[in-house]
Design a protein around this ligand. Structure first.
Ligand code: HEC
Length: 155
């Protein structure tokens, strides 16, 4: 009898772990995007998206997080360099290209960023990332802000 109770107890614990984890209420793509953000972007932009002096600007409250998703895709695929002004502060740093992530992963990261700091709950699709990857296939250099704004002017 005791053994049976123990087994039931263990099963109950197991069930409550799988249903009440901290990410229980999140959509799978956002949860995946958050996990990827934490390991691949947060070292520079920080867990809370506030950035770190001399390392990376904030993502929270910037036009980049809330405007064109195609621009965001370009930044992740090829990186960003040169002067950029955010919240009246100028940065002149360099973000490395991270195009080694596949389309699904980049879509998930960007969906998370937009949900967290861009105030948009419309998911970014892997088709969009794939299209931008094809369009920019010949590119070898990172982007400057001017080039990016030019490339996505009508978006
Ligand atoms: C090695 C540090 C580093 C990593 C890792 C990094 N970034 Fe950046 N990021 C930067 C820097 C530095 C800039 C500003 C570049 C400049 O000064 O032109 C930037 C700029 C940006 C911008 C535009 C400006 C803003 O703050 O809104 C976005 C969006 C962005 N990064 C997203 C990402 C995403 C998404 C990831 C993860 C896939 C990522 N970054 C990983 C350093 C990093």
């Amino acid at each position: 009898m005791r053994v049976i109770l123990l087994i039931f107890g263990a099963l109950f614990l197991l069930a409550s772990c799988t249903t009440s984890g901290p990410q229980h209420h999140k959509k799978p793509q956002i949860a995946r995007g958050e996990a990827l953000y934490l390991v691949s972007c947060a070292a520079c932009h920080q867990v809370n998206g506030q950035g770190l002096e001399g390392i990376a600007p904030p993502l929270e409250g910037t036009r980049w997080a809330s405007e064109s998703e195609e621009r965001l895709a370009r930044i992740v695929l090829h990186g960003l360099r040169g002067p950029i002004t955010l919240a009246d502060k100028e940065y002149n740093l360099e973000m490395p290209a991270m195009g080694f992530f596949d389309d699904q992963d980049i879509a998930a990261i960007l969906t998370y960023i937009r949900a967290a700091w861009g105030k948009s709950d419309v998911p970014v699709t892997h088709e969009t990332i794939g299209r931008i990857r094809t369009q920019t296939r010949k590119r070898t250099d990172s982007w400057t802000v001017d080039e990016l704004l030019d490339a996505t002017r009508l978006k």
